[in-house]
Design a protein around this ligand. Structure first.
Ligand code: AMP
Ligand code: MG
Length: 346
């Protein structure tokens, strides 16, 4: 067990003296959990393989799943990659800082464990004042996967990281709830056309407005054995409960869910739905993601709701399916993984 230092820092009023302690830890090749606009990240010096090893140990993450490198300026990008293609530069100008990770050819400065042996590296500039300041003060790119234990929902609040990681990392920066609440869009710029490997906060249409050729890797829609992005193949976000998604015409979905809830009434059950649908399930436990009129809010609540399933000790959870447009594509991508691709079409 490590003696974890917890630093309470507010993004609107950053205490630099406290943040310097975290930067010192990064410079000493220790692990620091940092807030970003997507989810909390488990960071270490991206240019030091021993520091990076500590991330894999703390998370229990498989070694063949590469990490995203976080930077605060273009000089750091140049350190990390062989070259910056013009298309990638255009996307950086349009969406950085922001929830877009670009896969580029890596430089020799990036250790093998960061890229899981691949010759590419995922890189992004987070849109979060604490994350940016930390990287700047540490004066090194920071490798940081999501700060959950491997397989658990990504943490979107300070309490989530404390629950998962206290005693496993050197420093936790406890700040506000993550604004976006889903991980970054991962875009492979080494393919032609560039392929979205993971949908996230920057949507397909936003990317296409800058680079019309951007496409979605067909593997995003399926559960595949030999994915292009190693992260695609692991079980993710899974609560303890048995999970199922019911998809189709809303009236049929409601009928099916009520029937299944009745068949499982000896278990502790829950329904993940939208505010507008709570009234359709009278007397049943509903966990709402929020209103269908606010997809960004729904996306930001998903991981909290998945964790709530465990806090409530639910045994059986059914979720409604949602529109797979824009941010809904990222939301549904995570939700399908959470249900282990158990989807019932009605
Ligand atoms: P996380 O850090 O937990 O958000 O996971 C990072 C995601 O980015 C994983 O799904 C990785 O598989 C993906 N990723 C990171 N680097 C690369 C890379 N070089 N090539 C393909 N996918 C990557
Ligand atoms: Mg993750």
């Amino acid at each position: 067990m490590k003696d974890t230092m917890i630093l309470h820092i507010h993004e609107t009023n950053i205490d630099e003296t406290l943040l310097l302690k975290a930067a010192d830890a990064i410079r000493s090749n220790k692990t620091v959990i940092l807030p970003t606009e997507t989810v909390y990240g488990l960071g270490a010096n991206a240019l030091n393989s021993k520091a990076v090893d500590q991330i894999f140990i703390a998370k229990g993450r498989p070694q063949d799943n590469p990490l995203i490198v976080h930077v605060s300026n273009m000089t750091m990008v140049e350190q990390c990659v062989k070259r910056i293609p013009e298309d990638a530069l255009a996307l950086m100008h349009a969406f950085w800082p922001g929830p877009l990770t670009l896969i580029l050819e890596k430089s020799d400065l990036i250790p093998q464990n960061v890229s899981a042996g691949l010759n590419t590296v995922g890189i992004r500039m987070p849109d979060h004042p604490i994350a940016l300041k930390l990287i700047e003060l540490a004066n090194t790119p920071i490798a940081a996967p999501s700060a959950n234990r491997s397989g658990k929902p990504s943490p979107t609040s300070a309490q989530h990281v404390i629950d998962d990681m206290q005693g496993r990392v050197d420093v936790i920066i406890a700040a506000e709830h993550s604004r976006i609440g889903l991980e970054s869009t991962v875009l492979d710029m080494t393919q032609n056309p560039p392929l979205i490997l993971r949908p996230g906060g920057v949507t397909l249409s936003q990317l296409q407005s800058v680079l019309p050729s951007v496409s979605i890797d067909p593997q995003v829609h399926h559960n595949v054995d030999t994915p292009r992005s190693p992260g695609m193949k692991y079980t993710h976000y899974a609560p303890q409960a048995e999970m199922l998604m019911v998809r189709g015409d809303h009236q049929q979905v409601v009928k099916k869910i009520i029937q299944l809830m009745d068949e499982h009434k000896h278990l502790k059950c829950g329904i993940i739905c939208a505010d507008e649908h709570i009234q359709d399930y009278p007397g049943l436990m509903c966990l709402s993601l929020g209103s269908l009129s606010n997809p960004a809010f729904m996306a930001s609540q998903l991981f909290t709701i998945l964790r709530t399933c465990d806090t409530l000790n639910l045994d059986y959870v059914i979720t409604e399916a949602f529109e797979e447009e824009e941010l809904g594509l990222a939301l549904m991508n995570r939700l399908k993984k959470a249900v282990g691709y158990h989807i019932l079409d009605v």
